[in-house]
Design a protein around this ligand. Structure first.
Ligand code: GLN
Length: 486
């Protein structure tokens, strides 16, 4: 089997057995990126030289008997993670000239485990979007259909993994930005529990919702990656100090007896009928493995999108106030005074969607509107969390669709923010409640992939990964490769 078509787990075995070196593997993938990336625009930066140097060090470490758990395995980072000495743009003109002086914790941990970074992936500007069309670097295309979006905001990561340009990529998920692009590209996307993976060095969008995670082709690969990325970090005040289980070790355990919640509201209007059918088939597979289904209620589900679009913009307006043209990032020329410098730098450095969010956020936080919008949204957020708590009294995981439709055409929703925002209706709840979620490929509609979404209890990643892995042992949707990238 060609190197690029192998999963992270398979490549780990090949390296271990000396079938190929990390330098050979890295070069093969860099060659593939050179051939295919023009079609996809999945990368903002390709770090070829650094990657080959890291690969050579990984090979030497292996020969010396010091191989880390991801030794010599190629990965990608979403361009939201700070990488020392390499541009970290966050998909924005504002940070087009920003070279981070330090590594994010996620970057550091993966590097310490021996991973080789091939490059930084394209994304919606400051992770605001569901289609990868708000990037300053142009839209990313879906390898399954180049006229379609790969989802967003981690769409560069999802497109690259789906096109076999790398076996794994990091992503971030504030409202669905790992899981939705995974669904739209036929990849696996894992958003861990809030606080499971450090946010240190991850450019902040909405701090109470942001969580780092991973996009891979199999649940097993996601388990390997998470094991390295997860864990307490004193540099992130919301990081939680609880032991990291061996996620790979429990993948083989049966899911017989697992209680799977099926949400009544998930299959109401708004969901593409055929997508719904694929998801129901997937749930039937879980049942055939001994899981039992239980109908559950999330009565406030329809409030999750409006709640999110108060909370997330509020937090983003505060987080993005640091981009003022003074300390780092874009600085406009010809300003006449300080206020003019702020206005011009921000006016020229940010794109439309980011400005829309900053304005909404500033509005909902302003005196006179705070109680009516922000405080109210926080109260509704609590109700949504309570709904999940009630549901999880009876079930171990909740299963449903990841996105309401398969991949949509580029340009189709970009001028209609409300329709775009509704793409995250099934994923946002998990962010509001801080719960882990995973999207797993579960079939096709019109030759485009569909995702099964599983949500777990806090720190229930082991159960999610096991359930996803057991499903993948029975199905081969995750093995399908987009035509043109075979
Ligand atoms: N699509 C959502 C938004 O635009 C979620 C983004 C994300 O998870 N980063 O905010």
């Amino acid at each position: 089997m060609s190197l690029y078509s192998q999963t992270l787990t398979e490549l780990a075995v090949g390296l271990e057995n000396g079938e190929f070196s990390s330098v050979e593997l890295t070069q093969a993938l860099l060659d593939r990126i050179a051939v295919h990336n023009d079609k996809l625009n999945a990368f903002i930066t390709v770090t070829a030289e650094q990657a080959l140097a890291t690969a050579a060090r990984a090979d030497a470490a292996r020969s010396a008997g010091n191989a880390g758990v991801l030794n010599g395995l190629p990965i990608l980072h979403k361009d939201i993670f700070c990488t020392r000495g390499v541009k970290t743009s966050c998909g924005s003109k504002m940070l087009d000239n920003f070279v981070s002086p330090y590594d994010a914790t996620v970057v550091e941990r993966l590097a310490d485990a021996g991973a080789v970074v091939l490059g930084k992936t394209n994304m919606d500007e400051f992770a605001m979007g569901s289609s990868c069309e708000t990037s300053y670097y142009g839209p990313v295309r879906n390898p399954w259909n180049l006229e379609c979006s790969p989802g967003g905001s981690s769409g560069g990561s999802s497109a690259a993994v789906a096109a076999r340009l790398a076996p794994a990529a990091t992503g971030t998920d504030t409202g669905g930005s790992i899981r939705q692009p995974a669904a739209l590209t036929g990849t696996v996307g894992l958003k861990p529990t809030y606080g499971r993976v450090s946010r240190y060095g991850m450019v902040a969008f909405a701090s109470s919702l942001d969580q780092a995670g991973v996009i891979t082709r199999s649940a097993e690969d996601a388990a390997r990656m998470l094991g390295v990325m997860a864990g307490f970090d004193e540099r992130d005040s919301t990081s939680i100090d609880t032991p990291v289980p061996d996620y790979v070790a429990s993948l083989g355990d049966s899911i017989s007896g697992l209680r799977v919640g099926v949400v009544r509201q998930h299959f109401d209007e708004g969901l593409d009928e055929q997508c719904g059918a694929r998801v129901k088939d997937a749930i039937a597979v879980l049942e055939s493995l001994g899981a039992t289904t239980v109908e559950v209620d999330l009565p406030n589900l329809d409030l999750s999108v409006p709640t999110y679009y108060v909370v997330a913009p509020a937090e983003c307006s505060s987080n993005l106030s640091r981009f003022d043209g003074v300390r780092f990032g874009y600085r406009a020329e010809g300003a006449v005074d300080l206020l003019d410098l702020y206005c011009r730098s921000r006016g020229e450095g940010f794109g439309d969607e980011v400005k829309r969010r900053i304005m909404t956020g500033t509005y909902v936080l302003s005196a006179g509107y705070y109680d009516a919008y922000y405080l109210k949204a926080q109260q509704v957020r609590q109700l949504i969390s309570d709904d999940f708590k009630k549901a999880f009294a009876d079930v171990d995981v909740i299963a449903g669709p990841t996105a309401p439709t398969p991949a949509f055409k580029l340009g189709e929703k970009v001028d209609d923010p409300i329709t775009m925002y509704l793409n995250d209706i099934y994923t946002i709840g998990a962010n509001l409640a801080g719960l882990p979620g995973i999207s797993v490929p579960c079939g096709f509609v019109n030759d485009l992939p569909v995702g099964l979404h599983l949500v777990g209890t806090h720190f229930g990643e082991e159960t999610l990964l096991r359930c996803a892995h057991q499903y993948q042992l029975q199905t081969d949707w995750h093995l399908a490769c987009p035509q043109g990238f075979v």
